[in-house]
Design a protein around this ligand. Sequence first.
Ligand code: AP5
Length: 231
Amino acid sequence: YVPDGAKQRGLNGVNIVLLGPPGAGKGTQGVVLSKSYQIPHISTGDILREAVKSGTPLGKKAKMFMDSGELVPDEVVVGIVVDSLGRDDTKKGYILDGFPRTLKQAEELDAALKRIVSGIDMALYFEIPEDIAIERLTGRRVCKKCGANFHVKNIPPKKEGICDKCGAELFQRPDDKLETVKNRLKVYELQTRPLIEYYTKKGILKKVSGALDVKDLFKELCQIFSDTKLA
Ligand code: AP5
């Protein structure tokens, strides 16, 4: 579902930040929005996980922080994002997922964007009750090979521990263990929540409910783009 005309108009040149606690559905909507509106989805979590998997120097630096649910240092993450925003495909707009996550990252992002003359147009804040986020994250299982997502209760695979799509083994992200999820939520409260005020003051924050189901939330986001004439 994309509202009439929105697909043709797209989100041309629109820069969006997805904000909200772990498990609020930012990554899921980021992928759907990116496909529907054809602008890149830049997820710092995905970039870091890929670096850990390939054992690059970046991955080695990031792993310890990620596994314990702490944030990777600002200077490491800001560099990754600024590099990504220099790519040609970001000229038609982009969706930043999981970044910025601290006030320092937000300020450095604004400074970098000033240099390339295009700012953030909208920050979408996904609000979700903590118990739902915990249930989603601790039950999540991911395919080792194709990355498909399952959930032990909500989206169980046909055969336990095995991916329906490619037959490979499913695993639990190290940071999806209950204790680490609790720490991620604590880190979010302390370091990321202040960004809600930061973007509210700029007049570009829109709040949505991350607890809605995937389709309803996507519809709501499309409606917001259309109401604000972004798409
Ligand atoms: P990152 O990968 O960004 O993780 P996160 O934001 O903590 O959490 P998720 O990605 O799990 O949550 P999400 O809101 O994207 O939800 P999702 O759609 O995946 O970061 C991981 C780590 O990397 C950080 O802890 C940190 O160490 C490091 N890092 C990343 N960025 C950084 C930065 N800028 N600075 C410093 N460090 C950084 O969905 C979650 C689950 O819920 C899935 O199973 C999904 O299928 C399910 N789900 C989604 N939507 C719905 C729905 N509507 N209904 C039912 N289920 C749903």
